[in-house]
Structures are given as C-alpha cells and as structure tokens.
Design a protein around this ligand. Structure first.
Ligand code: 5AD
Length: 491
C-alpha cells in the first residue's frame, strides 16, 4: 500500500484541510507514514499569511528536493495557501515539486496522484470551487478526539489591506445549515464533546439554503447583520448532546445584537471569544481597512462582557503596520489594557504580495517592530498572569482532551473560557472526553494546575488495564505565535 506523510503549516483552517487530505488519501487506499522519508507521497500544506511562513515552506521544499534526487520515486505535493498564491510559478522556483494543489482541490488529490504515477509532468490544480463549493468532512479522524472543527464557510469578502487571505482563499462561500448540523450531530454521536465552527470571517455566515429563521435581535436594516446567530441557535436546538460550541475567527463588524443575544441565551456557547482587533489606533485601523473604529470595537465587545461578565476575550494584533508611530502603538497598548484581553496573538507586519498595503512603504524598522512586539507581549502576559492567579482556589469545569505530559500521570484540557488546565489526582482514571470538576491549585505562566475534585474522582471511570494512548497529534510546523490562552483563532 502506498504511504503518505503530511506536514501542516499555519492556521486551524490548514490543520482542518490536512485532516481532509488524510481522509481522501486513506479512502483511496493510502496509509500514513510518520516519517516523511519513508513515504511515497509527501504533502506540505502551506501558509502564506506572513513572509516567514512562506520562506519556511521554500526551505522545506529545498530539503525534500535534495532527498528526492536520491529517491526519485517520491512524489512531492505542495498544497494550501502558497500553492494557491503561486500556482505554476512554484514549479519554476523549486525543483522537485510534482503537484501544486489549491485548498479547494483536495477532493481531486488521489486522481491527480494517479496521473503522476502514470508519468504525467508536474501538475498545477488551483481552481476555486465558486459554482458548487465543496465542504469535506473527516469523521473518522475527528472521532478519535473529544474536540473537532467544522467548516461553515470559506473565503473572505473583507479587504483588510495587510491580508493575503482573500487572494489565497477566494470570495466567501457558505455551507447549507442542514449539512453543518448533520456533521455536528454525527461527530457528537461518535464521541465528540466540543465543536469549533471554522471560517475566515466565521460570523458573516449566511445560509445558502435559506432555511434559517431570523434570530432574536437581528435587524433587517443592519448591514453588519448575518445569519450566524441563527445558525448557532439551530445547532444548539438540534444537537442537544453537544457540550461546548466555539467559533473562529469572527470579524468585529459582525458582532451584532443578534450574536450578543445568542451568547446570552445559549449555554452551549463557550465563555470565550477570539475577536481580532489588529490595532488600537483609529488612524491605523483606517489604513488597515478594518471598517470599524476603536470606540466601535470597545462598545461591541463591551456589551458582550456586560451581558456575560465571566467571558474571556482574546485577540490578534499586528505591530509595525506602515506608518505606525509610537503614539499609534501606545494606543494599541492602551486598548489591550482597556479591554483586558486574556490571550493575544501578536505579529510583526509582513508585507505580502497582492495586498493593498503593498502600496504603502513598509517603514517601521525591523528592530522597532521587534521591540513593540516584546512590549505588547509584556502587557498581555501581565494581564493573563493576573487573571490566572485570581482563579487559584476556585472550582472549574474542564473538558479533558487527553493525557498530559508523559510520565506525569496527569490529564489536560480546557475550561470553557479556554484556560489550559493540567489535572492531577486522577491516577488510574480514564478522563478523556469527560467534563470534570477540578480545584485550581496553582497558576503557571500560561496555564493552570489543578486537582480532580473528590466528587469527580468518585464518579470517574477507571482506565482499562493499560493507560490510554494519547490522542493523535497532527504535525503542525507553523510559526510560534505567542501567548495563549491558546486562542483558537487566526484564520
Ligand atoms: N503581517 C502580519 N500579520 C498578519 N496577519 C495577517 N496578515 C498579516 C501580515 N501581512 C495576522 C493578523 C490576522 C492573523 C491570522 O495574522 O493579525 O488576524
């Protein structure tokens, strides 16, 4: 049986796409190889959101191409956003690539591999599925872990001036709500407890089948209104067995009254929202074409927290955008404090091809960008640290995702606010996929230490004779980003 290996760079959407590739390859009779060097087909699933990620890919291709000179039978596939962005040009830039595959062309992968096996020259397949968008599922992969991603839309109609995603992922396409609900119901049936809805601007969702009633709070005249809240309500009503529901990444513009109402009403929605803000300076937000002001952002997330005071917010921020002065950056720092983010992904601005901001001079020196990023992380670590410290001694409910560090006998999981919790005192117990009550004993820098509560210990089931194997970890070769509460965001 031919063997394959997939290495994933970048965001959740890419991790999810890799799962789709596993699925189509397995169905076509391939088996996975842990070691790319032992594989007949090597897939690099790439990210191009920042230049560093793209360079990483090219050096990885270089390494594999060298290996391939001695093993010419190996088939090298470049998939994902760099594939979509560069298409045929990739073949000129790197020797040894057999197939360039766009994110919408994953279903065609086995057929294209067959063609290559029959001696086809290097192939490029990067066509958006605009007419009949396809959303693949990967039940067999997801059912092994208690958490799963479900794509509800793809592409992006925003035109943020820094961002290459509209170019690499195309215009917005939505999945019919019945299909989404059916996939989630299937996952829950297979043992999944928590689902994260995925999309590039996930909360701009509209149902192409027009099967959703208007959600409470939705005004037909509000141009920012979408059918996302209505979708959340349908999922909550039709999949009562689902324990937790998250989504990523939303756009602040679509944090409308209907979404607020959904958060207030639906117990299944996690008390954590990752809401990328990018900057705290109105001047920079305008140049970024974010289409909201600082005050609008603060008002929108403020009304969410006013309704749900225990809700945690996390965000994405870019430092060193063209023209960002020390005053602009100070405004970003003050916004981070004002909102009190408990998780933050920070990035140095990186000029990307095909983006509107390419016309602006990338004029903040690299050293200045690094310095601003360090100052930003200092503030966000302080905020997260203070928050975690406050939880010491409290009781929390943790969805256990898998075994903790090897040899520690511990389990780890997350609260609904997305704090990472390491659970001790569970020797011999099988907690995977359980929501258990714990007592927080200590705050680490980015996570919490806890003991299983007496009640939870008494109710837990024992491990089958041998300790359960940890859930399969996808190989993710993305950049180190920064500080969690591991926001699940970043598409
Ligand atoms: N430079 C730096 N960061 C970027 N992001 C997107 N494009 C760029 C860029 N050109 C960041 C944004 C986005 C996250 C996924 O990546 O903060 O929310």
């Amino acid at each position: 049986m031919p063997r394959y290996a997939i290495t994933t760079f970048g965001c959740q959407m890419n991790v999810h796409d890799s799962e789709r590739m596993h699925e189509v390859l397995r169905r076509a009779g391939y088996t996975e190889s842990e070691d790319p060097k032992a594989a007949d087909v090597v897939v690099l699933n790439t990210c191009s959101v920042r230049e560093k990620a793209e360079q990483k890919l090219l050096s990885e291709v270089g390494r594999l191409a060298k290996w391939k000179q001695k093993h010419p039978e190996m088939v090298l596939v470049v998939a994902g956003c760099v594939a979509q962005q560069e298409g045929e040009r990739l073949l000129g830039r790197s020797q040894g690539i057999d197939l360039v595959l766009g994110p919408d062309n994953i279903p065609e992968l086995p057929r294209l591999l067959d063609d290559i096996g029959l001696g086809a020259p290097p192939l490029v397949r990067t066509v958006f599925d605009l007419e009949a968008p396809r959303f693949l599922t990967a039940l067999s992969v997801a059912s092994k872990t208690p958490t799963a991603y479900v794509t509800i839309m793809k592409g992006c109609n925003e035109r943020c001036s820094f961002c290459i995603v509209p170019y690499t992922r195309g215009p917005e396409r939505y999945r019919p709500s019945a299909e989404i609900v059916a996939e989630i119901a299937g996952l829950v049936e297979a043992g999944v407890r928590e689902v994260t809805l995925l999309g590039q601007t996930v909360n701009s969702y509209r149902d192409p089948s027009e099967a959703l009633p208007r959600a409470p709070g939705a005004s037909p005249d509000d141009p920012d209104e979408s059918e996302f809240a209505a979708l959340l309500r349908r999922i909550a009503a039709e999949v009562p067995g689902l324990a937790r529901l998250r989504y990523t990444s939303p756009h602040p513009r679509h944090l409308t009254p209907s979404l607020l109402e959904a958060h207030a009403d639906l117990g299944v929605l996690a008390r954590h929202v990752h809401m990328p803000v990018q900057s705290g300076s109105d001047r920079i937000l305008k140049r970024m074409i974010r289409r909201y002001t600082r005050a609008e952002y603060v008002a929108r997330v403020g009304s969410l927290v006013a309704r749900l005071p225990d809700l945690s917010l996390s965000t994405d921020i870019i430092v060193g955008f063209p023209g960002e002065t020390e005053d602009d950056f100070a405004a970003t720092l003050s916004l981070v404090r004002e909102v009190g983010f408990r998780g933050l992904f920070g990035f140095k601005y990186s000029q990307r091809p095909y983006t509107p901001a390419r016309k602006l001079a990338d004029d903040v020196p690299e050293a200045e960008k690094s310095e601003r990023l360090a100052r930003l992380f200092e503030v966000s670590e302080e905020l997260l640290g203070a928050h975690l410290q406050k939880l010491v001694g409290s009781r929390q409910r943790v969805l256990v995702e898998g075994a903790g560090k090897e040899g520690t006998n511990a389990w780890s999981g997350r609260t609904e606010r997305n704090e990472i919790v390491h659970v001790a005192g569970a020797e011999g117990l099988d907690l995977r996929g359980e929501i258990v009550e714990v007592v927080i004993t200590r705050a680490n820098k980015h996570s919490l230490q806890a003991e299983l509560s007496e009640e939870a210990r008494a109710a837990a089931k024992p491990l089958p004779s041998a300790p359960a194997a940890p859930p399969p970890k996808p190989r993710v070769a993305g950049e180190r980003r920064s500080l969690p509460i591991v926001p699940v965001g970043g598409g």
